[in-house]
Design a binder for this molecule. Structure first.
Ligand SMILES: CC(C)(COP(=O)(O)OP(=O)(O)OC[C@H]1O[C@@H](n2cnc3c(N)ncnc32)[C@H](O)[C@@H]1OP(=O)(O)O)[C@@H](O)C(=O)NCCC(=O)NCCS
Length: 116
């Protein structure tokens, strides 16, 4: 699924370009929404592997985050994400993001019984 965000003033760093931490927040949020839609549970970020920041974005740019679901295991789901600037190229790649489905006590819940 594709998620979009608009770069506004509070998203910038001291150099006037998109803050990397804000980009990570958006990708985390997009994958978290995807995980929640797929599992039907609130999901917590468990692991993020290899983030590659390839280009910057600036005020007014529209950021497009493409989330790909790679696999669902017992309590977890794995995604990858590609970040593009609309009308331009890729600005970042997230190789792997792992989310764990949790209950109201913040305990992992089983979402896939296939491997138990
Ligand atoms: C999510 C949480 C409740 C799960 O706790 P837990 O019951 O001890 O379970 P674990 O973390 O050991 O494992 C849960 C799943 O994550 C997977 N996992 C654990 N470490 C992993 C890693 N480094 N890479 C990939 N997957 C991993 C496990 O394989 C397991 O998946 P599976 O059940 O589908 O096979 C707990 O880890 C937690 O609260 N983490 C912090 C979450 C958070 O606050 N995120 C925001 C960070 S700011």
């Amino acid at each position: 699924m594709i998620y979009r965000y608009l770069v506004t003033q509070p998203d910038l760093n001291a150099h006037g370009t998109l803050h990397g931490g804000m980009l990570m927040k958006w990708v985390d949020e997009a994958c978290g929404m995807e995980a929640r839609i797929l599992s039907g549970h609130v999901c917590a970020t468990r692991n993020i592997k290899e983030v590659d920041f390839r280009a910057t974005a600036k005020l007014g740019d529209i950021i497009e985050i493409t989330v790909r679901h790679l696999e669902t295991r017992r309590t977890s789901m794995t995604f990858s994400a590609t970040v593009r600037k609309v009308g331009a190229g890729i600005i970042a790649n997230f190789e792997r993001l792992v989310f764990v489905a949790v209950n109201e006590n913040h305990e992992a819940v089983v979402i896939n019984n296939e491997n138990t």
